[in-house]
Design a binder for this molecule. Structure first.
Ligand code: CA
Length: 228
């Protein structure tokens, strides 16, 4: 599977340079010019690695990294920080905020590509392969496959993440706001009723395979997945 890299940098020259260098190596690259665009990009498709520039307009790279670390769904997203500041103090601040690695500007694209590759290798080594089950329903995190009695269930990204989250925490009631934080992560621009829409889609997809009533609506509270 092609690795997906997100680059967050407001300087178009550097953004383009990074995008070109990584695309040339066969990576799928999403470019964001600020934190807001980055949040939306993450919500739409979770990258394998984020490259975040320290100096960004409005929300700084440092703040964005903290946000990414706080949200459950993105907390283990590997981050490479770009910085024009070579001082040890700043580097430490960046790493403390949650960056896994950093590159000081100016950097060579070869160096960047090799850091990205090293990080992907580490990620593959670490990624724990989990199979979550609830009755006939199985979710395999390695293949991203959801199946019911061996039939594949077609799910969108968000529905998959919702189900993954709820299967990991069964029999607990989650409010819409909690689901937004955990499943949508850093994108705070989504309205709470969006959760209802995706729960509906998830239920519909499961129902096609004969699984009903696995996700309960708890009136005035939110949603709960019932263990089989
Ligand atoms: Ca910048």
């Amino acid at each position: 599977m092609t690795a997906h890299i997100l680059i967050v940098e407001d300087e178009s020259g550097i953004r383009q340079l990074v995008q070109d260098a990584l695309s040339e190596q066969g990576f799928e690259v999403t470019a964001a010019r600020n934190a807001q665009v980055a949040r939306a990009a993450i919500a739409e498709k979770m990258p394998d690695i984020a490259i975040v520039d320290w100096m960004l307009p409005q929300t700084s790279g440092l703040q964005l990294i903290r946000e990414i670390r706080l949200a459950e769904v993105t907390q283990s997203l590997p981050i490479i920080m770009l910085t024009a500041r070579a001082s040890e103090d700043d580097t430490i601040r960046g790493l403390e905020a949650g960056a896994d690695d950093y590159l000081t500007k100016p950097f060579s694209t070869r160096e960047l590509v090799s850091r990205v590759r090293a990080m992907l290798r580490r990620k593959q080594g670490h990624s724990k392969h989990t199979v979550l089950q609830n009755g006939d329903l199985t979710l395999d995190t390695a293949s991203h496959r959801v199946s019911i009695a061996d039939e594949t269930v077609d799910l969108g990204q968000i529905e998959y993440r919702l189900l993954h989250f709820m299967l990991s925490n069964p029999d607990r009631v989650y409010s819409r706001a909690q689901l937004l934080d955990s499943v949508w992560g850093v994108n705070h621009f989504v309205e709470e009723r969006t959760v209802d829409v995706h729960i509906l889609r998830l239920r519909k997809a499961l129902r096609k395979h004969g699984v009903n009533n696995i996700i309960d609506t708890v009136r005035g509270a939110g949603y709960r997945l019932t263990p089989a």
